[in-house]
Design a binder for this molecule. Sequence first.
Ligand code: SAM
Ligand code: SF4
Length: 301
Amino acid sequence: MKDSYGRTIDYLRFSVTDLCNLHCLYCMPKNGVKKKRHEDILRIEEIETIARAAASLGISKIRITGGEPLVRKGIEEIVRRVSALPGIQEVCLTTNGHFLQEKAEALAEAGLSRVNISLDALDASVYAKITGGGDLFKALSGIEAAIQAGLTPIKINCVLMKGVNEGEIERLAGLSEHAEVEVRFLELMPIATTSTWSQDHFLTANEAISKVPGNRASIDTIEPISHSFCSQCNRIRVTADGWLRPCLHSETEILLRGLSYDKLLEALKMGIRLKPQKHLLNRALPLIHTQDSRPMYAIGG
Ligand code: SAM
Ligand code: SF4
């Protein structure tokens, strides 16, 4: 389906949980996350129905994210159901990699095509500091397991933070020497937790790349700050509690829960039309609200 600006929307990022085993300093609030009630999180059947409706409107690629999607019970079943839907050509997942060693094979068997793995440092203590206690060895074993399971090519997402992981850039870039691995440097986004950070922490992708000697062929950059890519945006998002978020940076959300299938289709179409959101529609159904600064762990990146 095309949005109001002629862009084809074929990519859905689906958050399946707000919870995470890590506590990355640019993502989770310092004082912790208020845990949602179990019943507030979409059930597997609801995820499947929303994905089915989205696929019927032209979504062909789904990325499963979170929070940490691998802490969600039944993640393999979610992958299995979503990847079996008519029209869905690719199901991918973004993860911090800690549980991939146990789960990579089952996920591949369930129909997962590829994984993106977040890794912002190759020094164990810098990694632990950024992730609030994450285990670098587990993340690296996860990458290895994903390669073994054929969840390739693997994209390694590295968020750039001046004064935090600048010294890691060259070694992280070196991971791209592995044929199955592509390294992507992501500019830090000022969203919720990071919205109050000083400008001094922001490092552009260009600055990062300039630190990488030699062949940069399989290094990519995501530059929402220095280069807006809204004109090519092809995605919508669904949060773990069932709100359609047409744009990451707009706080407009549309409730997808509790709707008949026809209303669900209508809500999805409305969300696609609202991209990027400029006005609130004043209709009672589907329910629309603006959500105060939903943080990254609650949207899925
Ligand atoms: N837990 C999984 C992970 O870390 O890969 C998936 C969810 S995480 C919210 C998705 C992506 O968003 C990660 O690659 C993470 O690095 C990125 N992210 C989170 N907060 C960010 C921020 N403030 N700026 C840029 N990227 C951010
Ligand atoms: Fe968890 Fe991913 Fe956020 Fe880190 S970036 S706290 S791993 S959800």
